[in-house]
Design a protein around this ligand. Structure first.
Ligand code: TXA
Ligand code: MG
Length: 339
């Protein structure tokens, strides 16, 4: 299959392109599109055969459920068994935006979307192309990140093409995405709401609307304690091909870099703040001091470093504060285990 790429102007989206993409979706095809977080790989979320093609194109394990994307609260309601007041408050405050809400599914949602489970994840993206596409398609769009399973999420059309060329019908190229990391996921199916995935929307903003959140334990801490995590937590996610190691402690990271250079290894260091001292054998990337700006660049930097064929990436972890929660989560996941 040839994958077509069509440029779309964000401010003046061509309706004939949106119509073409929507027709592709309605006839069971796969269309990658930009959202404010990362690019999604969309299919008609009510068509099990179309959703099956997403799993196939990504090489995604069948047990990993997919988010349904809607253009309004009204479109979310038929997809759930009940719409609690907490969901209403969150959606009113944060949709369209980088917040995914997990609720009990309705019978309308195909099994393949929820991986057979009793819940469905729903989000309304804050992006003109995504919203126009959902409206024109007239169905909720099942859309995971538009990358091969286990690899980095794409923040521009070129990243999507690198991973999925020949496996999908169409890519709508709307330029680089703004937030750069995947949406915050909140589970509302228990007595207390749970944070399943930190993201661009900080937990304290959510807590201001619906009260305290139960934080999912840090994936790395769970593994250290060798407790039995849920299957999804053991997946290698959001990871570059180049092995990545995280460091809390800057001097320790420098020691390690010296050691690796002595062994003749080619490495990159992702630094935080302004502590870059240059040498010839090390690629140094200095990341912004602000969590939002850091997140917006993170995957683009990892994609770029992957292209250099280095032996190792060393990354300095930002402080253990809530505003850095999502960035630390993605760095730790990127450092977990071999592919
Ligand atoms: O920002 C985003 O959320 C992007 C854009 C495209 O919207 N999408 C995205 O999808 O990151 P994906 O599939 O790459 O990540 C969705 C995460 C997965 O970890 C999946 O297991 C989880 O959400 N998820 C989906 N449905 C779920 C459900 N019913 N219950 C719990 N977790 C769910
Ligand atoms: Mg993903």
């Amino acid at each position: 299959m040839a994958t077509r790429v069509i440029q779309v102007d964000l401010l003046d989206t061509d309706p004939t392109v949106v119509e073409f993409a929507a027709r592709t979706l309605r006839s069971g095809g796969l269309v990658a599109f930009p959202t404010e977080t990362v690019y999604g790989l969309g299919a008609n979320g009510l068509d099990p055969a179309a959703v099956a093609r997403i799993y196939e194109a990504k090489g995604r394990p069948a047990r990993n459920p997919i988010i349904l994307h809607v253009a309004s609260i009204a479109e979310a309601i038929p997809l759930v068994a009940n719409w609690p007041p907490t969901a209403q408050r969150l959606a009113e405050r944060f949709w369209p935006g980088p917040l995914t809400i997990v609720l009990e599914r309705s019978a309308k949602v195909p099994d393949i979307v929820t991986a057979g489970g009793p819940t469905v994840a729903i989000r309304c993206p804050n992006h003109p192309i995504a919203l126009a596409l959902i409206r024109e398609a007239g169905v909720p769009l099942a859309a995971p990140s538009a990358n091969r399973s286990g690899e980095l999420s794409p923040t521009c059309a070129e990243h999507v093409l690198r991973g999925l060329d020949g496996r999908i019908d169409l890519i709508l190229d709307g330029g680089p995405t703004a937030a750069g990391i995947e949406s915050t996921v909140i589970d509302l199916t228990h007595t207390s709401p749970r944070l399943l995935r930190p993201g661009p929307l900080p937990p304290d903003e959510i807590e201001r609307i619906i009260g305290p959140l139960i934080r999912k334990p840090d994936v790395m801490d769970v593994m250290k304690e060798s407790a039995l995590p849920s299957p999804g937590m053991l997946d290698r996610h959001y990871a570059p091909r180049t092995p990545l190691e995280c460091f809390m402690d800057y001097p320790h990271m420098i020691e390690r870099s010296i050691e690796m250079c002595r062994e003749g290894k080619r490495i990159a260091m992702i630094l935080f703040g302004d502590q870059a001292e240059s040498t010839d054998s090390i690629v140094r990337v200095v990341m912004p001091n602000d969590p939002e700006a850091y997140a917006a660049r993170l995957y683009a930097v990892l994609h770029e470093l992957d292209q250099k064929g280095l032996d190792q990436i060393l990354a300095q972890l930002p402080p253990e504060t809530d505003e850095w929660l999502a960035v630390r989560d993605r760095l730790k996941r990127a450092s977990y285990g071999p592919p």
